[in-house]
Design a protein around this ligand. Structure first.
Ligand SMILES: O=P(O)(O)OC[C@H]1O[C@H](OP(=O)(O)OP(=O)(O)O)[C@H](O)[C@@H]1O
Ligand SMILES: Nc1nc2[nH]cnc2c(=O)[nH]1
Length: 178
């Protein structure tokens, strides 16, 4: 695991089961509707890659990059668009794919931004959610795992750009961020 990590929270097989469960729910709900998956860079890359391949339906993909965390473990509260969507989403069934909802501030901002572009429907799928960290209420239709209020890394999630390529989700050892 390495000295910079404290413990494994979700291993590879648990993550694969969670993704398969989410894909089955989405498959059932979107029967007969064309789906546009909107991935939120960079953290959602792994979720998007695995979830999209677990779906049994055609789906298009687009990407947005927004940032509110800078290099540390606390939300700055200021959301910046680093890369916008390539195409218009008006009239489309949009499913936002996220790695984690922590305070909810990023997603709350993103949803109001996307809603103003008049999609036919707008829902959210997140791999992880921290119920005890929520600062705003958000209606999230698809949640992989509710986790404790600890900073996690791996499977796309970083600390100062490190750890994104770990195949599992783990917690950081305190010496890394203190
Ligand atoms: O609910 P919140 O407290 O707002 O936090 C959630 C956001 O933080 C992470 O992104 P980050 O800004 O770290 O960018 P990254 O995906 O490029 O790592 C994550 O991907 C979410 O978008
Ligand atoms: N890597 C990482 N990014 C986050 N962004 C919001 N919460 C988290 C977290 O727990 N880990």
């Amino acid at each position: 695991m390495g000295p910079d990590l404290e413990r494994v929270l979700l291993g590879q097989s648990e993550l694969a089961e969670g993704i398969a469960r989410l894909a089955a729910e989405i498959d059932a709900d979107y029967n007969g509707r064309e789906l546009l998956l909107v991935g939120v860079l960079k953290g959602a890359v792994m979720v998007m890659a695995d979830l999209s391949r677990a779906l049994h339906r055609p789906a298009t993909m687009d990407w947005m990059a927004i940032s509110s965390y800078g290099a540390g473990t606390k939300s700055s509260g200021v959301v910046r668009i680093l890369k916008d969507l390539d195409a218009d989403i008006a009239g489309q069934h949009v499913l936002v794919v996220e790695d984690i909802i922590d305070s909810g501030l990023t997603l709350s901002w993103l949803l109001s931004n996307l809603r103003s572009r008049n999609p036919a429907s707008l829902e959210v799928c997140t791999l992880l959610r921290k119920p005890d960290a929520a600062k705003v209420e958000i209606d999230v239709k698809y949640v992989g795992f509710d986790i404790p209020n600890e900073f996690v890394v791996g499977y796309g999630l970083d600390f100062a750009e490190r750890f994104r390529n770990l195949p599992f989700i783990g917690t950081l050892a305190p010496h890394v961020y203190s």
